[in-house]
Design a binder for this molecule. Structure first.
Ligand SMILES: Cc1cc2nc3c(=O)[nH]c(=O)nc-3n(C[C@H](O)[C@H](O)[C@H](O)COP(=O)(O)O)c2cc1C
Ligand code: SF4
Ligand code: SF4
Length: 299
């Protein structure tokens, strides 16, 4: 089944009220949990879901009061932030119970995924679980302080070939954890020393510290609708950032008037091109809103 779910219920049936979770969920063939700010991970999740899979959005399921999930195969698809899963993904993973014959995870990244497979394998071990398959796939890098989206979009990242290989592996229930080289570990270590970021929640912050809207804001509210924490509010017709933040940049990339800019986090640089924005061409903004909107939870 291809449909975004929210806290145990199909999202399209959710209204303004909180959704009561079912306990436990019915047994699915393949259940894929995803988080996505700009569509790369949602695209991969949709592709891996196929005809028989079911997609569940992590920003919705994080509210499930009885997070017990049972399926023949369970997968997590998410972006890689500072080489590890986003905080919301780690928190969802830690609080949930998974019962499956085959457990897999695919991280989408843009430049270096380094320790991601080891980190996810350890996350599972901490819960007494053994991952069967962990891999990463290179896509457009959405981290605006380092990358100009126009250059990223022009780069051939060999996505169709790499995605086909991952699909074949997961469909044949291959046991494989992508190895992490010593060089990758050193690169990761160097980045953490340079940035001074927290090792577990490196990007978790407050929205008012990293993003702001300019005079181009038309007050449409899309930034709040795509935000996994609902951390924008309209004040005098303009959107203002305030609240918990994954640093996912969904607000920045999905703003229709490119009105949102980034406040640099020293020692990281200012974004090189503040008019270059990105969303995966196979994903509509409505799909990101459906997956991330906190309207049912924040009122
Ligand atoms: C805060 C942040 C940190 C990131 N860190 C990394 C990283 O460590 N390595 C990397 O290769 N890409 C990194 N990226 C790029 C994303 O992982 C990549 O673009 C991903 O495919 C975005 O997925 P999405 O479109 O599903 O949100 C980062 C992006 C953001 C916003
Ligand atoms: S998405 Fe952009 S234009 Fe719309 S409210 Fe947010 S900042 Fe303003
Ligand atoms: S404020 Fe923007 S960057 Fe922060 S979590 Fe919300 S959408 Fe992501």
């Amino acid at each position: 089944m291809l449909g975004v779910m929210c806290a145990g219920t199909v999202l399209s049936s959710c209204t303004g009220t909180k959704v009561k979770a079912e306990e436990p969920t019915e047994k699915y063939k393949r259940l894929i949990f995803f988080f996505s700010a700009t569509g790369n991970s949602l695209y991969i999740a949709k592709e891996l879901s196929g005809a028989e899979g079911t997609l569940m959005s992590i920003p919705q399921e994080i509210h499930n009061e009885h997070p017990v999930y049972e399926a023949e195969e369970i997968g997590i698809v998410c972006p890689i932030y500072c080489f590890i899963p986003p905080t919301i993904v780690q928190e969802f993973f830690a609080r949930s119970t998974f019962k499956a014959d085959y457990l897999f995870c695919v991280g989408t990244y843009g430049a270096n995924s380094t320790i991601f497979p080891e980190y996810v394998a350890q996350m599972a071990k901490d819960k007494g679980l053994e991952m069967n398959y962990i891999n990463t796939i290179k896509m457009v890098d959405t981290y605006l302080p380092y990358y100009d989206m126009e250059l990223q979009k022009a780069e051939d990242k060999q996505i169709p070939e790499n995605l086909a290989a991952i699909k074949a592996s997961v469909n044949s229930r291959e046991n494989f954890i992508r190895p992490v080289s010593e060089q990758e570990k050193m690169f990761c270590e160097g980045y953490y020393r340079f940035s001074g970021r927290d090792r577990v929640k490196p990007t978790f912050t407050r929205s008012e510290k990293i993003v702001f809207s300019t005079d181009d804001c038309i007050g449409c509210g899309i930034c709040n609708s795509v935000c996994p924490h609902g951390s924008w509010k309209i004040v005098n017709g303009k959107s203002v950032a305030e609240g918990d933040c994954e640093n996912c940049l969904a607000c920045v990339h999905n703003c229709p008037t490119k009105a949102i800019s980034i406040i640099p986090t020293p020692p990281e640089p200012e974004e090189p091109n503040r008019k270059s924005r990105y969303r995966n061409p196979n994903v509509r903004v409505g799909e990101i809103i459906l997956a991330n909107s906190q309207v049912n939870y924040n009122g």
